[in-house]
Design a protein around this ligand. Sequence first.
Ligand SMILES: [Zn+2]
Length: 220
Amino acid sequence: MPLKDTYILLGSAGSGKSTQAELLKSSLHLAHIDIGSELRAVAAHDTPLGRQVNDIINIKHEFVPDDVVFAVLSDAVHSVPETVGLLIDGIPRRASQIAKVLEVLEATGRSLNRVIFIDVPAAVSVERISKRYACQSCKRTYILGKNLITSDAPCRYCGGKIVQRADDTEEGVRKRHEIFQEETLPVVQYFEGTGQLLRVGGNQETYKVFKYILEHVRPD
Ligand SMILES: [Zn+2]
């Protein structure tokens, strides 16, 4: 079993990416770097970089510039011991970020094994996400039609108000899926060209997606 396995995970909202990341992380003993969470964690720190990131994501609600993203990514990758495998999640989002991500990996002596792309049609993203709700107070999650009958019901645990994330509407999800396709398909195509891409259909049960990924990243 080779040491320092390094994977990148790509998938749009509603692809099941977060669930697969958790499964891969625990079964392959990987450190998981989700660039979105890393940026939110940095934003909570009272340092010059922390204040800069907080201002961008929490106050101005803008995209974090690439140089800041790569500084955060580089710190996160460097903090993982070199004997531990790595799963990078959420980056590269655009073709222009590929070279820099590979450079960050190389700087720590890592080479990329596979890029795992969970592919779902827009309709599936919309179907999954537009049914997602959560309690404003206790944060418990609900799926409309499963454990939630009507969207105006109160939380059954704490009586709190049940709400949807502001962009978890059908239109919002469709737009996010479109942006993902536009921005990230060139990344997918790039790694298809290098032979590193593992494309898995996300429109099937969680364990089937996981089984397919495992069989292909660890053929033994
Ligand atoms: Zn609640």
